[in-house]
Design a protein around this ligand. Structure first.
Ligand code: C5P
Length: 316
């Protein structure tokens, strides 16, 4: 038997996107972040991350020109933080096959970081538990802890306190990428002026309580970042109006901006309607993805299959 390094071909794991079904900005925090209430939802649109062992160092490979290949990439920082936490001297090459639109409010970079944490914890046999991984994740970014959980979940604090909902949303999702990246930090900076009207807002809590009663309440939900995102990127306003119009015309239960944008999505309970919305938007020249929500169990199942939890393998 050779060493794991000489046998290694690599390990490929999926890295799923999210949308925010709703997002309320409640105030500013002393750490410069914003206090949030949000509903995260995993969708099956995903990047693929392939990890290969190296004798030392961390190398990022990605064919997308907008993805950094240095230590500013969250996946690089995830590997570095795990190396340090576990005292690992070995290195790793991380290849990212990018399919999630970047700077689109879909959490692609955060998802990649969580995927690297979970996969390297496995292949380096570090045995870190959920609490350890959560601590590393929240230092990397506010959205990273959600991607350790997946499915439908409530996000509180900076969005990094994550509570899976008992009833997982099941829907078709039509996702439109207007091809206009928007900076999350810039959008949050703009939102401050309009905070006070949210003091008495409980739409997300009402969604969660109706969820417990078994009633989905999409019309309650709103995204407080939408107005700020459109102020940050005024050229988007007309485009977003057209996208929302098409989604609503085809019967979307919810049509909303994801996170700080600029991806816009519609949720459908009917495949035919989702198909029609997809076709209508594509015929207007938009880049459209038709996808599905992923439940907590589906998300965990995809991880378990990729990491070979039933076969006992590490590097394949
Ligand atoms: O944590 P992350 O680096 O992903 O967040 C990107 C930016 O979004 C932060 O630098 C911050 O400006 C803003 N943000 C915020 N409040 C949050 C989450 C993000 O102000 N709860």
């Amino acid at each position: 038997m050779g060493s794991p390094l000489s046998r290694a071909k690599g390990l490929t794991v999926p890295s799923f996107a999210k949308v925010n079904l709703g997002l309320e900005v409640l105030g500013t925090r002393e750490d410069g972040y914003h206090e949030l209430r949000t509903l995260f939802q995993s969708i099956d649109l995903h990047d693929r991350i392939t990890l290969r062992p190296l004798p030392r160092g961390i190398v990022i490979e990605c064919d997308h020109p907008g993805v950094p290949r240095d230590e500013t990439n969250l996946a690089w920082r995830a590997a570095e933080s795990l190396k340090r936490r576990g005292g690992v001297s070995a290195g790793v090459a991380i290849r990212i096959d990018k399919r999630i639109p970047i700077a689109g409010g879909l959490g692609g970079g955060s998802s990649n970081a969580a995927a690297v944490l979970v996969a390297l914890n496995r292949v380096w046999r570090l045995g870190l538990g959920p609490d350890d991984l959560h601590r590393l994740a929240r230092r990397l970014g506010a959205d990273v802890p959600f991607f350790l959980v997946g499915g439908t979940a409530l996000g509180l604090a900076r969005g990094d306190e994550v509570y899976p909902l008992r009833r997982q949303v099941k829907a078709q999702v039509v996702l439109v990428d207007p091809g206009r990246p928007v900076s999350t930090a810039a959008v949050f900076a703009r939102v401050d002026a309009g905070l006070t009207h949210r003091e008495n807002s409980y739409t997300i809590f009402r969604f969660v309580s109706r969820d417990l009663e078994g009633v989905e309440a999409f019309p309650l939900l709103a995204n407080d970042l939408e107005q700020a995102a459109l102020e940050e990127a005024p050229d988007l306003a007309r485009t977003v109006g057209r996208i929302r119009g098409s989604l609503v015309r085809e019967g979307a239960l919810l049509a909303a901006l994801s996170g700080s944008g600029s991806s816009f999505f519609g949720m459908f309970d009917d495949v035919q309607r989702a198909r029609r919305a997809h076709a209508a938007l594509e015929s207007q020249g938009f880049a459209v993805h038709r996808c599905r929500t992923l439940s907590l169990d589906q998300y965990r199942g995809a991880w378990a299959r990729a990491l070979g939890y039933n076969s006992g393998r590490s590097w394949r």
